[in-house]
Design a protein around this ligand. Structure first.
Ligand code: PSV
Ligand code: MN
Length: 428
């Protein structure tokens, strides 16, 4: 999709400058007792999935302003994801939404993915919209519904999603439910949660042995008075009720303003139930903005908890990372490149935290020095380190610049003509 020679040439033009920057940083870190080579190696292991719904221009209920050249099918979305991967080298897997991106022929999609050196991450169910020809409506909920037939329909949808995922080589399902109520009294708060729990237990009983199930909480929207799985406590209760292979997924946008998300992460790690992340950023709620655009320090603090737990052996299984964003204004590919670069930087910074000093200051209750230890890592310009990691994996020094110079968007604008009837799901 992006010619490797183009990446090589564009890297070549900044080679000397990058070399100087990298050596300068290596020297600085060496003085702090940090081996830059080890950090580059650890950073190279970081991987984050791209959702099939982030390649089209997002929208609000007020409007949508597509920039042209949007993918019209899951195959074209895969092409765009391959472009992202070729430039940043941390995104080798795709997270599918069913039925938005349900393949007619899963084997054909898998073959196409393999050709592009892509694989499949967690599959996502959708019981928040009614589908054509579906016998029962989700207007009043799905897994929580008062009627057993509606719950059964939603359970069967999840089993179908797992079946599609199995054919694609996926090994996890993420369950986000819109179930909730808009008015006090509309639904029985306790019973709707208990029905959801029992439906999930049913789904879990069909989960293949090597699969994981993630429950994703969200405080509000589309339900405005109560949401059944509104917080990490509810999500944890559900995961615990299901069993060992069920855990919680934290979407950074699914918290009320000022929530201490890094502490939620720490709690879920203690419970052995941190399953995954949806990365994005927000000013107000589920804004789906580019990762790190509003709260980059919070993103670093989340990674700080993850690296700390990894070092301590408290993270038994690597969480499933995914970017969950949807843009109204930015080019979707550029926005994804930007988010991945932010994630790479947050991860690199967290790898630089001097944990011996930090825990010493924490033990001595030296508040200021403990905080300064975190700031020392956070304020380090890690870009040369991150660029070096990308170069070594065959990626780009400057992904956005390389993407723009490639002319990819203009080329696909010509091919993906406006005559297509494809409408990205965000605008439905
Ligand atoms: C819900 O807001 C959510 O975060 C869930 O992850 C969905 O699957 C995704 O967004 C797309 O609507
Ligand atoms: Mn999400």
């Amino acid at each position: 999709m992006i010619n490797p020679a183009h990446i090589h040439d564009s890297n070549h033009s900044s080679k000397e400058r990058h070399k100087r920057d990298f050596e300068f940083l290596a020297d600085r870190l060496d003085q702090q007792g940090i081996d830059i080579e080890q950090v580059v190696r650890q950073l190279a292991e970081f991987e984050v999935a791209i959702p099939s719904w982030a390649l089209g221009t997002g929208g609000t209920r007020f409007g949508r302003f597509p920039g042209g050249g949007e993918p019209r099918s899951i195959f074209e979305k895969m092409e765009d994801i391959a472009v992202v991967q070729s430039l940043v080298r941390s995104t080798p897997r795709v997270s599918l939404h069913i039925p938005w991106d349900e393949p007619d022929d899963p084997q054909a999609l898998l073959d196409f993915a393999l050709e592009m050196h892509l694989g499949f991450d967690a599959v996502n169910s959708n019981t928040f919209q009614d589908q054509p020809d579906q016998p029962h409506s989700y207007k009043f909920g799905s897994l929580c519904h008062t009627e057993a037939a509606v719950r059964q329909q939603a359970i069967e949808h999840h089993l179908h999603v797992i079946e599609v995922g199995k054919q694609l080589g996926s090994n996890a399902i993420t369950v986000w439910l819109a179930d909730g109520s808009n008015f006090p009294g509309q639904s029985h708060l306790r019973k709707s949660f208990e029905r959801t729990r029992d439906s999930l237990i049913d789904i879990y009983s069909h989960l293949p042995d090597d699969w994981r199930l993630f429950t994703e909480h969200k405080p509000y929207e589309p339900a405005f008075y109560s949401t059944v799985v509104q917080d990490w406590g509810s999500s944890l209760m559900l995961a615990q009720a299901m069993g060992e292979r069920a855990s919680c997924l934290v979407d950074l946008g699914h918290h009320l303003p000022n929530a201490n998300i890094e502490q939620i992460v720490a709690r879920l790690i203690t419970a052995g139930k941190l399953g995954g992340f949806h990365f994005n950023d927000s000013k107000y709620g589920d804004d789906d903005l580019t990762t790190g655009s509003i709260h980059p320090y919070q993103l670093f603090l989340v990674f700080n908890e993850l690296i700390d737990a990894q070092n301590d052996g408290a993270l038994t299984e690597a969480p499933a990372y995914m970017i969950d964003q949807s843009h109204n204004l930015k080019d979707p590919i550029e926005a994804l490149l930007q988010s991945v670069m932010e994630l790479q930087q947050a991860c690199a910074r967290a790898l630089l935290v001097d944990r011996t000093f930090l825990s010493g200051y924490q033990e001595e209750n030296d508040v200021l020095m403990a905080e300064m230890t975190l700031k020392e890592a956070y304020e380090t310009d890690v870009r040369p380190l991150v660029r070096e990691m990308r170069i070594r994996k065959g990626g780009s020094v400057n992904p956005i610049n390389t993407f723009r110079l490639s002319g990819y968007r203009n080329k696909v604008k010509e091919v993906r003509t406006a005559s297509s009837s494809y409408v990205p799901p965000q605008s439905l």
